[in-house]
Write a protein that binds this ligand. Structure first.
Ligand SMILES: [Zn+2]
Length: 165
C-alpha cells in the first residue's frame, strides 16, 4: 500500500518524470517553459536552460534573498523600537477618546478583579506595560496612549473607560 520511500522525503512528487511520466528513473532538475521540473534524463534534453534561463533562476533567488534581508531589517527596527507600543501604523488616527473621570481606578480595579498583573494585562492586549500603567495612573493623555489600547483594555476586562455613548 505505501509507496516505497525514496529516502528523499520532502519532495512532493513521486519518482516519475514530470514531463513524460516515466517511473523509477533518474530524475534531474530541468527548467522547462519557465518552470523547474523533475524530469528523466530523456526529457532533460529538452531543457530550455541556455544561459538566459539561468538568469531567471538567479533573479528568483535574488528576490528571495532580498525579501529575507527586508524581513531581517524590519525585525531589527521592531526590536530597536520595542519600547513603544505599535509606533506607526494608524497611530495618528488612534485618538484617545474622552475617558471617564476615574478611568485609572476603574482599570486598576478591573485588572485586580481579573487577577492580572499590569505586565500580564499589557501582554493580553498586546501593549507596552508602561502604557497600561499610564492609563492606570490617569496619564493616558500625557503618555500618548491611543484609543485602540483603551478599546482593547475595555474588551479584555469588560469595563467602561470611555465616557459617554
Ligand atoms: Zn521524461
Amino acid at each position: 500500500m505505501a509507496k516505497y520511500s525514496t529516502g528523499g522525503a520532502g519532495s512532493s512528487a513521486s519518482d516519475s518524470c514530470e514531463l513524460c511520466g516515466a517511473e523509477n528513473v533518474d530524475l534531474q532538475t530541468a527548467s522547462v517553459a519557465g518552470a523547474t521540473l523533475s524530469v528523466c534524463s530523456e526529457c532533460a534534453q529538452h531543457d530550455e536552460t541556455p544561459s538566459r534561463g539561468s538568469d531567471d533562476g538567479d533573479d528568483g533567488s535574488d528576490r528571495k534573498r532580498q525579501a529575507a534581508q527586508n524581513a531581517a531589517r524590519m525585525q531589527d527596527a521592531a526590536q530597536a523600537d520595542a519600547s513603544h507600543w505599535e509606533d506607526g501604523a494608524d497611530y495618528d488616527d488612534d485618538q484617545l477618546p474622552y475617558l471617564v473621570g476615574d478611568y485609572g481606578e476603574v482599570l486598576v480595579e478591573a485588572r485586580q478583579d481579573a487577577g492580572l498583573q499590569t505586565a500580564e494585562l499589557a501582554e493580553a492586549v498586546g501593549a507596552d506595560e508602561s502604557d497600561v500603567l499610564a492609563v492606570e495612573q490617569g496619564r493616558a493623555t500625557q503618555a500618548n496612549v491611543g484609543g485602540s489600547l483603551i478599546g482593547a483594555l475595555e474588551a479584555e476586562l469588560d469595563v467602561r473607560l470611555v465616557d459617554g455613548e
